[in-house]
Design a protein around this ligand. Sequence first.
Ligand SMILES: Nc1ncnc2c1ncn2[C@@H]1O[C@H](COP(=O)(O)OP(=O)(O)O)[C@@H](O)[C@H]1O
Ligand SMILES: [Mg+2]
Length: 199
Amino acid sequence: MIIGVLNIKGGVGKTTTSMALSTAIYRSGKDVTIFDTDPQGSATLWSQAAEDNGDALPFEVLSKNQAEIRRLGSHRPDKDGQVIVIDTPPSGDVINEVIKVSDFVIIPSTSSPVDLQQTLLTCASCQDQGKEYAVLIVMARKGTTTLEAFRTAVEKSGAGIFDAEIPLKEVFKGDFGHSFPSNLQGYEDVWKEIREVEA
Ligand SMILES: Nc1ncnc2c1ncn2[C@@H]1O[C@H](COP(=O)(O)OP(=O)(O)O)[C@@H](O)[C@H]1O
Ligand SMILES: [Mg+2]
């Protein structure tokens, strides 16, 4: 299975989602690899730093360019139940290539009204290509009106949205350069929901 993680908005938790979700996938007993298509290489840097800290991640992070992503369309590397999670930059042609090859697209977004428009545009790109996708609310502050308003707006647009929400937790910043603690703060549920849809 190929899971694309994308949003044309930057700083919405794409890399954090790729890393934490891959950890959840790994812990469920699956073979998982991250393909990092962001020229800034945040996922790659995370993996390298973890290795340097003697706390290596339990899965590989491989840097991949647009041509390599396009080739996944005809050369699927996930035949034996392997899961590929693709982390993306907020802009560039590679985003469309990732949508094309993905079986499922996760669109992380904060519930800030500022993120809504670009999140819905990203949803529309997936919709146009007939892809399974869902918005994942991250950095969520439970019980706030913006959180409820955001969920309602996404639902009203007809876009898919995960029941699971990832809370705003300082611990996510401390995880850079390390593997994740046992509590993945809801990313386990995100993986469960994807498996239910893909089953
Ligand atoms: N659930 C969360 N709670 C708190 N901080 C978070 C959470 N998810 C991501 N962050 C922080 O938000 C910032 C942007 O996240 P990142 O995953 O790098 O976004 P992107 O890849 O979309 O640019 C980082 O500093 C990251 O540590
Ligand atoms: Mg990133």
